[in-house]
Design a binder for this molecule. Structure first.
Ligand code: ADP
Ligand code: DAR
Length: 342
C-alpha cells in the first residue's frame, strides 16, 4: 500500500491527520478480524469531500489505529485519550418542557442511538454470515417486544420498491447507495441482512445493518422532546436485555464512524424557521453556540426544503445522553426565540 494522494483542497480529518509518519507506522497492521488501514481509510480516499473519511472495522481498530483515530476523536468531540465516557439515560434528569406547545415551528422530533453487537466485527469488516447472524439475533430480540414497542420486522430483501421508497420519503427508512458507506464496505451484499422494525404507529423503529448493526429510533410529530427521549430509553433498555451492546469505558458505545462514538446519539427536530433562514449568519451563530448540526430534510447529505431544517446535537462523546438531548433542546429553544423576535 502506498501513501494515498489527496487533492490540495482536501479538508477531511483523514487528510489532516494521516501524516506520512502515521501512515508508515500503521500501513502493515491488521486487527484480529483482518481489518487493515487501507480498508479504514478507503472511504476518505475515494471521497476526498468527506468530513471525516475514516471508519472502524471493529472495536480493536480504535486501539490498533489509535495514532489516526485519537486525533480525529479529539478534533471532532474534544475528547482526550485519558477521558472516560459517562452515560446518563435517565429522562428525569432532562429539563425539556415542550419548547413549541402551539406547534408553530417544530414539525417532528426524532432521537436515535447507534448500537453494535458485542464480540462481532462492525459493518466494514463483518462477513456475510456474521451479518445474517446479527440480523437473526436482533430480530429475535425485537420480536419479543411488548406493549408500545410491539411491532414487525420488514427485511429489505423482498421489500417492494414502492414500499421502500415510501418509507424513505416518510423519513422512516435509511436511504440506499450512500457513496461514503459504499467505499467503507458497509454496503457489501446489499440488501441481504438489512431491514427495518417498527411498531404500529412508527414511533419506535430499529434499522438493522445499515451504518451500524442497530439504529434504535424514537420519533413522533411535534416537539415533545421528553416523551420521545423517554420512549427511546425504554426501548434501549428492553433491547439491551436481549442483545449485548459493544461498549468500552473509554469510548462508550462502539460505532463504525468515530463521529458516533460515546452516546452514539443524534437528537433532532424538523423545524420551520423561514425568517431566520434569510439570515444564515445569524442562524449559524446560534447553532455554533449551542453545538448544533444543521442537516437537510432527508438527513445527512440532503438539502433543506421550504425553510425546514433538521437541527440536532453535534457532540456525541464526552457528554451524556441527557446532555446531548439538552444541547439540542437549549439550541432549538434559542432558535425559536430568534425566529419569534424577527
Ligand atoms: P441518522 O440520523 O440516523 O444519522 P440521517 O441524518 O440520514 O441519519 O436521517 C435519517 C432519516 O431520519 C432521514 O430520512 C431524515 O429525514 C429522518 N429524520 C431525521 N431527523 C428527523 C426528525 N426530527 N423528524 C423526522 N424525520 C427525521
Ligand atoms: N460521510 C462521512 C461520515 C461523516 C459522519 N456521518 C456519518 N457517520 N453518517 C464523512 O466522512 O463525511
Amino acid at each position: 500500500m502506498t501513501y494515498p494522494t489527496f487533492p490540495s483542497d482536501c479538508t477531511s480529518m483523514l487528510c489532516r491527520f494521516l501524516t506520512p509518519e502515521v501512515f508508515e507506522a500503521l500501513k502493515d497492521k491488521k486487527t484480529a478480524n483482518g481489518f487493515t488501514l487501507e480498508q479504514a481509510i478507503n472511504s476518505g480516499v475515494v471521497n476526498p469531500d468527506s468530513g471525516i473519511g475514516v471508519y472502524a472495522g471493529d472495536e480493536e481498530s480504535y486501539t490498533l489505529f489509535a495514532p489516526l483515530f485519537d486525533p480525529i476523536i479529539e478534533a471532532y468531540h474534544g475528547f482526550g485519550k485519558e477521558q472516560k465516557h459517562q452515560s446518563d439515560l435517565n429522562p428525569d434528569h432532562l429539563n425539556a418542557p415542550n419548547p413549541d406547545p402551539e406547534g408553530e415551528f417544530i414539525l417532528s422530533t426524532r432521537i436515535r442511538v447507534g448500537r453494535n453487537v458485542a464480540g462481532l466485527p462492525l459493518g466494514p469488516a463483518i462477513s456475510k454470515s456474521q451479518r445474517n447472524e446479527v440480523e437473526a439475533s436482533v430480530v429475535e430480540g425485537l420480536e419479543s417486544m411488548t406493549g408500545a414497542l410491539e411491532g414487525t420486522y420488514y427485511p429489505l430483501l423482498g421489500m417492494s420498491k414502492s414500499v421502500q421508497e415510501q418509507l424513505i420519503k416518510d423519513h422512516f427508512l435509511f436511504k440506499e447507495g450512500d457513496r461514503f458507506l459504499e467505499a467503507a464496505g458497509l454496503n457489501r451484499d446489499w440488501p441481504e441482512g438489512r431491514g427495518i422494525y417498527h411498531n404500529h404507529d412508527k414511533t419506535f423503529l430499529v434499522w438493522v445493518n445499515e451504518e451500524d448493526e442497530m439504529r434504535i429510533i424514537s420519533m413522533q410529530p411535534g416537539g415533545d422532546i421528553k416523551e420521545v427521549f423517554t420512549r427511546l430509553v425504554t426501548a434501549i433498555n428492553a433491547i439491551g436485555e436481549k442483545v449485548p451492546f459493544a461498549f468500552s469505558e473509554h469510548l462508550g458505545y462502539i460505532t463504525s464512524c468515530p463521529t458516533n462514538l460515546g452516546t452514539a446519539m443524534r437528537a433532532s427536530v424538523h423545524i420551520a424557521l423561514p425568517k431566520l433562514a434569510r439570515d444564515m449568519d445569524a442562524f449559524k451563530a446560534i447553532t455554533e453556540k449551542y453545538h448544533l448540526q444543521i442537516r437537510g430534510i432527508h438527513g445527512e447529505h440532503s438539502e433543506s426544503e421550504g425553510g425546514v431544517y433538521d437541527i440536532s446535537n453535534r457532540r456525541r462523546l464526552g457528554i451524556t445522553e441527557v446532555q446531548a438531548v439538552q444541547d439540542m433542546y437549549d439550541g432549538v429553544s434559542a432558535l425559536i426565540a430568534a425566529e419569534k423576535a424577527l
